[in-house]
Design a protein around this ligand. Structure first.
Ligand code: RB5
Length: 144
């Protein structure tokens, strides 16, 4: 499984550690930046990750910024993206089981790194439940 990851300056530290962790567990990763703690604009990175998930260049994504909201708001502008913000393991489970989130968003300034690893592990190992949730997610894209 190939996982794309993006972050702004607030998410950089956790991103570096998550890349190493995912690699040690056998995941292939693609890093869309940013590559330091120098202040940047989160949409510049969120759009790159979203495009890669939508095109199938990566199977899923992880995005980190301070609150997670800037990344989530930007990612969810893309019709093929279901980006879910998670701040504990149960939300990480539900965002996959019920919402089939193809991008997990983490609020790096509001959770510990240990919590971030728990959320990522839960999100990756949880299957989508389908059923009524399939019907619901099929209604998410805007039809104009
Ligand atoms: C950066 O200071 C912060 O605004 C950003 O990481 C994020 O929280 C935005 O939603």
């Amino acid at each position: 499984m190939k996982i794309g990851i993006c972050n702004d300056h607030a998410g950089y530290g956790y991103k570096v550690k998550l890349l190493a962790l995912l690699g040690s567990k056998g995941y292939e990763t693609v890093d869309f930046g940013t590559d330091s703690e120098v202040s940047v604009d989160y949409p510049d990175y969120a759009h790159k990750l979203a495009a890669a998930v939508e095109s199938g260049a990566v199977d899923a994504g992880i995005a980190l910024c301070g609150t997670g909201n800037g990344m989530a708001i930007t990612l969810n502008k893309h019709q093929g993206i279901r980006a879910g913000l998670a701040w504990n393991s149960e939300i990480g489970r539900l965002v996959k089981a019920h919402n089939k989130a193809n991008v997990l968003v983490l609020p790096a300034r509001f959770i510990s790194y240990q919590m971030a690893t728990r959320i990522v592990g839960t999100w990756l190992s949880t299957p989508f439940e389908g059923g009524r949730h399939e019907r619901r997610i099929s209604k998410i894209p805007c039809k104009q």
